[in-house]
Design a protein around this ligand. Structure first.
Ligand SMILES: [Zn+2]
Length: 303
């Protein structure tokens, strides 16, 4: 694939990741499309024409201002290759049982444990978004249980499992933003308010045939109901994104982070697909400073 599209194309394998992002120019092209979906806009003069210099900065052909696409992102000022950062992002989000700094260091053959630790924590911080902006568009929703004591274990049985609602935006074949909500149980009385809390009315909400979702259509959504028993499709076929997030969430809670994050804290955590958001710079500030709300038709560019 010559130009993987941010938020749409997601590398399915390590091999695909390396093929799409072999070097820094490939990563920069990806980040530039993420920041300027309609093409480059100079933050100084509003010009649309630029060329990429040897150090990766974009130089405006109109005013010569140099712009860094990584400014304001976790990649800002890094001396490591972006392709290595991309590999780290992919690795961190594809380990089902959680990621340790040592695991990251070994997988990427990083020179030092400290680097791996710093990178891991940069990604973790970037994946936690305090904003509670609601999901919109097409959303996959499912509920799952996390935490508690595993079946068959005896002893400290005080801790109960926690029901969690998971909502994931569809973005082409990939996923957009993800939200979790802790719920008291999986009845409609618990599920519906959580859905209304997380998802904009008018969105398309895909669920399985669980009775707790019967009120979704009446709450102002288009209900895309997948009766998994009737179709014979397993959950990971009918709703692959939410199924994937559920297993990642369990791995995250049960894996190397045991004790660090408790189900009760999930209310405060929201993660996003790293290729959709950890790389996403704060674009609006830079772009709105051009001062033009209506843009003329633009010349085609290539960079
Ligand atoms: Zn300019």
């Amino acid at each position: 694939m010559a130009h993987p599209r941010p938020g749409v194309d997601y590398p399915e394998s390590w091999r695909e990741l390396l093929a799409w992002f072999p070097d820094d120019p490939a990563c920069l092209t990806y980040l530039e499309r993420l920041r300027w979906p309609g093409g480059f806009v100079c933050p100084a003069c509003g010009g649309y024409e630029s060329w990429r210099m040897g150090d990766g900065l974009l130089r405006c052909t109109g005013c010569a201002r140099r712009t860094s696409v990584t400014a304001g992102t976790i990649f800002a000022g890094t001396r490591s290759p972006l392709s290595l950062w991309f590999a780290a992002a992919w690795y961190i989000t594809n380990q089902k049982s959680g990621v340790s700094a040592l695991g990251l260091q070994r997988a990427l053959e990083l020179g030092s444990y400290e680097t791996a630790w710093v990178w891991l924590h940069k990604f973790r911080r970037a994946m936690v978004r305090p904003g509670r902006d609601k999901l919109a568009g097409e959303i996959e929703v499912d509920e799952t249980y996390v935490g508690g004591v595993a079946a068959g274990k005896h002893g400290r049985g005080a801790e109960k499992k926690t029901a969690v609602l998971i909502a994931v935006e569809k973005r082409g074949r990939g996923m957009g933003r993800v939200r979790f909500a802790r719920i008291p149980d999986t009845s409609g009385d618990s599920l519906l308010p959580a859905i209304e809390d997380l998802i904009e009315p008018g969105s398309v909400v895909a669920t399985d045939g669980h009775a707790g979702y019967h009120g979704v259509a009446g709450a102002g959504y288009t209900h895309d109901r997948h009766n998994l028993y009737a179709t014979g499709d397993p959950a990971h076929v009918a709703m692959p994104r939410v199924h994937r997030v559920a297993s990642l969430l369990k791995g995250w809670l049960l894996g190397t982070h045991q004790g660090a994050v408790r189900p009760q804290q999930l209310d405060y955590y929201s993660t996003s697909s790293p290729f959709a958001s950890t790389a996403a710079p704060p674009t609006t500030a830079a772009c709105s400073s051009t001062g033009s709300s209506s843009r003329p038709s633009r010349p085609s560019r290539d960079h």
